[in-house]
Ligand binder design. Structure first.
Ligand SMILES: Cc1cc2nc3c(=O)[nH]c(=O)nc-3n(C[C@H](O)[C@H](O)[C@H](O)COP(=O)(O)O)c2cc1C
Length: 360
């Protein structure tokens, strides 16, 4: 069935008012305890006309943290700080899912309790550097998770799902992309385990499915989505047998009837065309879309919704601007991850610009 950006879409138990989805985007405005500031309420509310907001990646535990000032959903204060965000988005008629993640070997000891080693499928460091407030620092060799620890990490995702729902989120998205822990398990380069979690494709996908099942057991499949980014060259991710892995994942997820499958094809390698036909859930396509290319993909039935990232950073009223074919503000990458309102809540809407013109 062919559709347009401005059509309704049923996702799980929700009716999205359009097919323009706000991508999950880390903004690093939380405090050192992972607590969102009040301006996060303004930031998300400004963008609530999206069909669905997917929150910035949110840590499921203290060991999950890979970046400064990223929020969490594992302490009472963190949960309480999200509540006004979800309330305010709902008051505008919007919907918001929480993206849950564990960064695995992307974490530096700087961000972890007692500066311990990060954990990962295998003790293999990423060849490269990560961001800190003191500048770039080299990734470290992680510690391979024990099998019993894997079960506790799975439980952390279940607990964070429970916390997300209690904070008023409409659902949760598993971050299975961008070279973080779930993605690290998928790759035979970062995962060299010889137990049930490594080796065959089935074994490498096991952790992802266990996490999904744990999240579904708490929220129900209609409130759980997943993000995948096959072969994304980020955080040392390498996937030589990606085709086999992702076809296997899509088949396994078909039995689970998730709210949606979100695929970001960062390398424009035809992943949407390959995976969309295998999805029984609404299919969200992301990465590098503008209005015209998004519209075209929907028209050709290549996706059910389009996910926009940096355009939503710079254009709180992206939906209106698309509707009116208006000019877009340009995102300023230098303020993506710095504290405070600059580049966060101060991008003007069309209405702001008109007002400024009249008051001149
Ligand atoms: C500032 C910024 C932060 C991001 N943080 C996340 C994140 O927390 N989780 C995630 O899955 N992707 C993250 N991404 C990737 C986006 O979700 C999206 O896939 C990417 O920006 C490509 O879409 P675009 O071309 O429309 O920007 C981030 C992107 C940007 C620009």
């Amino acid at each position: 069935m062919t559709s347009d950006l401005f059509d309704f879409l049923t996702v799980g138990s929700y009716n999205l008012r359009n097919r323009i989805i706000m991508a999950p985007m880390t903004r690093s405005r939380a405090d050192d305890n992972g607590i969102q500031p009040e301006i996060a309420v303004t930031y998300y509310t400004q963008r609530s006309s999206a069909g669905l907001i997917i929150s910035e990646a949110t840590n499921v535990s203290a060991m999950a943290k890979g970046y400064p000032r990223t929020p969490g959903l594992y302490t009472p204060d963190q949960i309480a700080a999200w509540q006004p965000v979800t309330d305010s988005v709902h008051a505008q008629g919007g919907l918001i899912f929480a993206q849950l993640f564990h960064t695995g070997r992307v974490a530096l000891p700087d961000f972890l309790p007692d500066h311990v080693q990060p954990v990962a499928p295998s003790a293999i460091a990423i060849d490269g550097e990560n961001y800190t407030d003191e500048g770039m620092k080299r990734f470290v060799v992680p510690r391979a998770l024990e099998v019993a620890e894997i079960a506790s990490v799975v439980q952390e995702f279940a607990e964070a799902t429970r916390n997300a729902l209690s904070a008023g989120f409409d659902g949760v998205e598993l971050h299975g992309a961008s070279g973080y822990l779930v993605h690290q398990f998928l790759s035979p380069v970062s995962n060299q385990r010889t137990d049930d979690y490594g080796g065959s494709v089935e074994n490498r996908v096991r952790f992802l499915l266990e996490v999904i099942d744990a999240m579904v057991s708490v929220a129900g499949s209609e409130r759980v989505g997943i993000k995948l980014s096959p072969q994304m060259p980020f955080n040392g991710n390498e996937e030589p047998d990606a085709e086999e892995v992702y076809v296997y994942i899509l088949h396994a997820l078909a039995n689970r009837h998730l709210a949606y499958i979100h695929v970001a094809d960062h390398i424009n390698a035809g992943w949407h065309a390959k995976l969309r036909p295998l999805s029984v859930s609404p299919f969200f396509a992301g990465a590098n879309f503008n209005k015209d290319t998004g519209r075209e993909l929907l028209k050709n039935n290549g996706a059910d919704a389009i996910v926009y990232g940096s355009l939503f950073v710079a254009n709180p009223d992206l939906v209106t601007r698309f509707e009116q074919d208006a000019e877009l503000n340009v995102p300023d990458a230098s303020t993506f991850y710095v504290p405070g309102p600059k580049g966060y809540t101060d991008y003007p809407t069309l209405a702001d610009l008109q007002e400024a013109q009249y008051s001149r």
